[in-house]
Design a protein around this ligand. Sequence first.
Ligand SMILES: [Zn+2]
Length: 234
Amino acid sequence: MLPVIEKLLILQARDKQRRELESQLLAAPREIASVEAKIATEKSAIETAKAELLDLETKKKLLETEIQAAEQKCAKYRSQQLEVRKNDEYRALGAEIETTQAEIGKLEEQELSVMYAIDEAKKKFSAAEAVMKGNIKGYEARINALREREVNLRTELAAAKADCEQARGPVGEPALRLYDRICLHRFPACVPVHAGKCGGCHLKISSEVESASRGKTGEIATCDQCGRIVWWEA
Ligand SMILES: [Zn+2]
């Protein structure tokens, strides 16, 4: 193996590390955003459940007001009955009282079913709220861990970049230029030859490239097909 290939392989290993860290860092904000979206969903579910409960309570208050108004109407009819002299007027008021009382009965039935619904909603809400709050706590812990990881990744990336710089030094200008050019489109840029095939594109290489890959020409060999630097793996 040419000495320059050895140096390139060291650089490539460090570049691989650097690239992995970069892609993890790139993904970090997206991961955080997706967990934040989950928190928002849980919170809006809590708000919806709260709104439903509030809605039922408003309904109950309205029914109470209606019942009160109907009872006042009945009381008024009863006091009017005491004042009328004619029988048919008395009977008419009696009929009004009956109708109103039937209305009150219906309203009270509705009120009961609303009260029952409120009880159910409260039970469901407090159970769901506990679960959702637990979920939110879990998600928040996950976000903290992700943020911490992001900070660590930045530190690791800075170190990896320094390692790459250090590994570039001994390679030499022409080899570096070739390596960098390949890396723009293909990674890894240096691949071994196996059974006469390029380890990158897996196509057969020519006999000239093969002999160069064995270090026989003293020049860096590149694959006929994909242009990667190829080296003979003994
Ligand atoms: Zn190739």
